[in-house]
Design a protein around this ligand. Structure first.
Ligand code: HEC
Length: 466
């Protein structure tokens, strides 16, 4: 018998698995981008220090480097595997798609990362212990290796959005997949913003410098870096948006909140103003204020950006062929992969899934609600929270509608035909559409959360033994 290759669903009530991935990823981006930007900034400072004989710049490298050892390297190394773990359970087939295409790229990235981690210790602890030329060389290798990690990861991130060339679907081949339409735009934009983060976080260290003249010098360097990077980032963002696939444009125009563009401009202007102020009045820079700014960048800059990137990728999680709900959307001869849509149309969702209790495989009046719950978990919960809060709560998206027939018509129309550009094609036969509609209607009625919770407790939907 044919089955869909779906794994059990990881569902977090109240938030949704997507947001957990998003939270970990957003924090990780702050740690990692700051570190890469700092590595390159350090190479520049080291060059200046040796050329102009300004050993105090090495002192700053040492201080900021030590700070980053905890801030970026320890915390980054905790959140990095956190991303692996959470994405693997939230989106096993998305991760599988990436691994099958890029396993050696990842191995390469890891080699660069090892050089980076060794490098950060070396530039901190070898200041004054090795000759200048050697230290400078180490700083430059450290900078390049750090940027190497970024280069590779962006190729992979850009593949998630859109595989490089259309031939990739037919012929495979990682170069075809790796250099996507938005690889370089994304790389350029992130490069700019990583310097913004390096400059903001660097303020935490610079703010603590006692010597007023030295503090002014470092603060101004950071402020100049930050202002240039922020302006460049804003411009490069425009370029990046222009490279997005057509579906992403439709979502960007119709589905991102109206305030998204405005809040982005406001955030960038705020950051720019902050750098301008610290350039004019370096005395105002204190570790506490700089920490506050770092948090602001995280909340008003990175979080919306990561959420938007996730939205713009819809309905896919990877490579325009794995839907966010893990169903394979199309044939990819290059990888020997076939679309699963025909199988679902032929056999229905519930009978063709491995991790569904036998009693739910055929919908009947007694199990309809439960079967609908199971369907919602597999087909919708990756993008819509089933509870009232979290990521795109399903009940809210139906506007409190409790008319089962109407919901069923919507499901079979909008989702069953695959015509909604930002949602997967989800073919549902009459019985399954009815079951799902029942469940959705129950979410909107007052008792809904209790029914849903009770269902969940009484029914470990993902247990094949039942
Ligand atoms: C790939 C992720 C994804 C999946 C899976 C998904 N949706 Fe959506 N859905 C979206 C996005 C994205 C939007 C719209 C944009 C927004 O506001 O963020 C949306 C919007 C909606 C809306 C609002 C009306 C509309 O047509 O825009 C409804 C209703 C809806 N989804 C129902 C469902 C149901 C029911 C399921 C499961 C059977 C489902 N969705 C599965 C991503 C998804």
């Amino acid at each position: 018998m044919e089955y869909l290759g779906l794994y059990p669903v990881w569902y977090e009530p109240g938030i949704g698995s997507g947001w957990i991935v998003g939270l970990i990823a957003t924090v990780h981006v702050l740690f990692s981008h700051t570190a890469v930007g700092a590595a390159i900034f350090f190479a520049y400072l080291a060059t200046q220090a040796y050329r102009r004989d300004q050993p105090e710049l090495l002192e700053f490298i040492k201080k900021y480097g030590l700070f980053l050892l905890i801030f970026s390297y320890v915390l980054g190394s905790i959140t990095g595997p956190g991303i692996w773990y959470s994405t693997t359970v939230a989106s096993p087939r998305g991760i599988s798609a990436l691994i099958h295409s890029f396993v050696w790229k990842w191995a390469t990235e890891w080699v660069f990362f090892v050089i980076e981690v060794v490098g950060v210790y070396m530039i901190i602890y070898l200041v004054g212990k090795v000759d200048r030329a050697t230290h400078l060389r180490i700083s430059i290798i450290f900078g390049l290796a750090s940027y190497g990690t970024m280069l590779i990861i962006i190729g992979i991130l850009s593949f998630m959005m859109w595989p490089g060339k259309p031939e990739w679907f037919v012929d495979g081949g990682y170069l075809n997949g790796f250099y996507g339409a938005n690889t370089f735009a994304q790389l350029a934009m992130r490069t700019a913003f990583m310097f913004t983060m390096t400059a903001v976080v660097g303020g935490i260290v610079a703010g603590a410098i006692k010597d007023a003249a030295f503090k002014r010098e470092i603060t101004r360097k950071l402020a100049l870096l930050g202002m240039a990077a922020t302006v460049a980032g804003g411009l490069l963002f425009q370029w990046y948006m222009n490279t997005l696939p057509e579906t992403a444009e439709v979502i960007a125009e119709n589905r991102l909140p109206a305030w998204f563009g405005l809040s982005l401009v406001a955030t960038l202007s705020g950051i720019f103003a902050w750098f301008a102020v610290t350039w004019l009045q370096p005395r105002l820079l204190t570790p506490a204020i700089a920490s506050g700014m770092t948090v602001a960048v995280l909340v008003f800059g990175l979080w919306p950006e990561e959420v938007a990137r996730e939205s713009l990728r819809k309905p896919y999680v990877a490579g325009q062929y794995v839907y966010s709900n893990q169903v394979i959307a199309r044939d990819v001869p290059g990888l020997g992969i076939e679309s699963e849509i025909p199988l679902i149309e032929r056999r229905g969702f519930l009978p063709s899934q491995v991790f569904v209790p036998d009693r739910l495989r055929q919908v009947n009046p007694h199990n309809a609600l439960e079967a609908g719950h199971s369907l919602a978990l597999t087909t919708c919960s990756n993008c819509h929270s089933l509870s009232p809060t979290g990521m795109r709560p399903l009940a809210r998206y139906f506007g409190g509608n409790t008319d089962v027939a109407m919901i069923k018509t919507y499901l079979q129309g909008a989702l069953g035909t695959g015509n909604t550009i930002y949602m997967p094609h989800i073919p549902l036969n009459d019985a399954e559409a009815y079951a799902l509609a029942r469940f959705i209607a129950s979410l909107s009625s007052a008792a809904a959360p209790r029914v849903a919770a009770a269902n969940l407790a009484a029914n470990p939907t993902t247990d094949p033994e039942e």
